[in-house]
Design a protein around this ligand. Sequence first.
Ligand code: ATP
Ligand code: MG
Length: 391
Amino acid sequence: MKEIILVKNGELALKGLNRRTFEDILIKNMRHRLSDLGKFKFTPAQSTIMVEPVDENTDLDEAEKRLLKVFGIAALSRAAAIPKDMNAILDTVGVYLKDQLEYAKTFKVEAKRADKSFPLKSPEICQEAGEKILSMYPHLKVDVHNPDVVVMVEVRDYYTYIHGNQLKGAGGMPVGSSGRAALLVSGGIDSPVAGWMMAKRGLSLVGIHFASPPYTSRRAEQKVHTLCRKVAQYSGHIPLFVVPFTHIQEEIKEKCPEDLFTLIMRRIMMRCAEIIAKKEECGALITGESVGQVASQTMQAIAVTDAVPTIPVFRPLIGMDKNEVVEISKKIDTFETSILPYEDCCTVFTPKHPKTKPKLAQLEEAEEALDMEALVSEAIENTKFIMIDNR
Ligand code: ATP
Ligand code: MG
């Protein structure tokens, strides 16, 4: 028996005239994510996209697992694709959905007839399929309002598709449909989650990481690669820029007041990030900040950081509690990596008493001690590039 994956696209359906473009991007993303599993045929039909393996023995379990991480998919289910014939429907329906029906208490059958030439009408299909199921699973009861399992029989152009309950997809919008943004990614818990959240809104990601060797180790950078690879399971590949930050930090330490270290550092991060973002045609920066979490994330501290870039800074975690962020990081499998105890460039030069209510003028004055232009261009010139893919 032929089996396919039926994909329900989510917010796509709302997009009116743009729907085709969104659908095309979604299909391109799905195709890329499945490319090493074999050839697939993608057929859009209303709010559904049928994903059909071309070769026999394609690993559909793996395909399903990967599609569950593709943004723009609201729900999906495996479906049996069988001939358009009532006997074939009756032979298949109870057997194919055994796993779901066996443990359910109630069910109902719904039929859709896209092909109006099919000899039976929808209520008749439901009736016959329902009786067949009841004869195979006598413990079941029909419940049309709130059934445990909804058995779908869809008679379409070439096949009849039979499927049961759907799995919830990753939701959101197809990555790339909203453009590109640059994620400032550290080795912590927050920034990978922030990147995931913005990819969910259809942004493709470029990563920017500031490293301070020898204060930060090679392993600390590897950790960032791993985190990006995990986010890339959802966002697709992430071009990652690693900016050397040691000289900048040493200069700040030597020439600026200690209570402003972190803020000056964060302002220079923004300066460098904006340059890379613009080169990479990114329309915004993304950070993992949330109000009040640490001294550099008070409202006043965020204000002086935000005063640097001329493009918007998206901070999707701004109003979230740490435990809410942790919950997402566990769900997207970045948590275990994030808590590995490697050095971070921010923790290497942490002041004992950071200023929590800084004034912009204080920072601008303190920064006059630095040769800002030279420091920034040196860092940009020595930036390394690594392409992080999702495999
Ligand atoms: P995270 O868990 O993401 O590290 P955090 O709670 O440790 O965040 P900070 O260290 O103040 O907070 O960093 C705030 C944000 O600044 C991070 O979420 C990230 O977007 C960015 N950032 C911090 N350090 C780096 C770094 N070394 N490279 C790139 N971006 C960084
Ligand atoms: Mg951090």
